[in-house]
Design a protein around this ligand. Structure first.
Ligand SMILES: CC(C)(COP(=O)(O)OP(=O)(O)OC[C@H]1O[C@@H](n2cnc3c(N)ncnc32)[C@H](O)[C@@H]1OP(=O)(O)O)[C@@H](O)C(=O)NCCC(=O)NCCS
Length: 187
């Protein structure tokens, strides 16, 4: 069962393990260049949870895909950016689309008007996804920047996020029961 929900700060080790598991081509595509294990470790250690939302896809309790949405209210008011990674076995099954759709709702509900995403020009899948969500793309030095303009939040976007947070919690419980780890229910 695939569970899509926000990642908690206490689950940072799962995110680190997911990034370290990416195959070389996906790791290169995610960070638009070569990055070592040490750089990934530092990247995770430096996450500022006051301005970052992580949304993940869990398969059998393991984090197999994640989207990192970051903003900076002081330096970059009303704007944010995201990076996304889906492990090879889960690719092409709509997980990337779901993560992006949810991230754009989260950003919209924080009154963020513009979200940026950077990928390599040869990243056909990411470009297809950006197009699907109405991203305006510009190419510079072999990289594509996609910009998503978001409407102001309304009661439906707030309700959608709340509903998806609720179903994420519920599905996590179901998944933990079906795998015999019922300790989540007591938490
Ligand atoms: C890019 C990535 C996030 C996509 O995730 P995903 O779960 O495979 O995405 P989805 O299944 O939701 O959608 C893939 C899209 O690419 C399209 N696609 C797949 N292969 C394609 C190809 N060879 N040519 C053209 N389009 C292709 C699919 O049709 C789909 O578009 P659609 O929904 O409009 O039909 C994933 O491949 C990944 O993690 N790559 C490595 C990291 C990365 O590139 N990150 C982006 C930079 S931050």
């Amino acid at each position: 069962m695939t569970v899509i929900r926000k990642i908690l700060p206490t689950e940072l080790p799962l995110y680190r393990a997911h990034l370290l598991r990416l195959d070389p081509a996906d790791r290169y595509a995610r960070f638009a260049g070569t990055v070592s294990d040490e750089v990934l470790e530092r990247h995770c250690a430096a996450i500022d949870w006051t301005r970052t939302t992580l949304i993940g896809a869990f398969l059998n309790g393991e984090l197999r895909a994640a989207l990192e949405l970051c903003g900076d209210r002081v330096l970059w008011p009303n704007e944010a950016e995201f990076g996304i990674s889906v492990e090879t076995e889960l690719q092409g099954r709509g997980v990337g689309s779901t993560l992006i759709r949810r991230a754009l709702t989260v950003a919209r509900n924080r009154s963020i008007g513009k979200v940026h995403m950077l990928c390599l020009a040869e990243n056909i899948r990411m470009r297809a996804l950006a197009r699907r969500f109405g991203g305006r793309m510009e190419m510079e030095y072999g990289e594509i920047t996609a910009r998503f303009d978001l409407p102001t939040p309304n009661q439906f976007s707030f309700a959608l996020e709340a509903l998806e947070d609720g179903s994420g919690a519920f599905n996590s419980l179901l998944a933990s029961f079906s795998s015999g780890q019922s300790d989540l229910a007591a938490a």
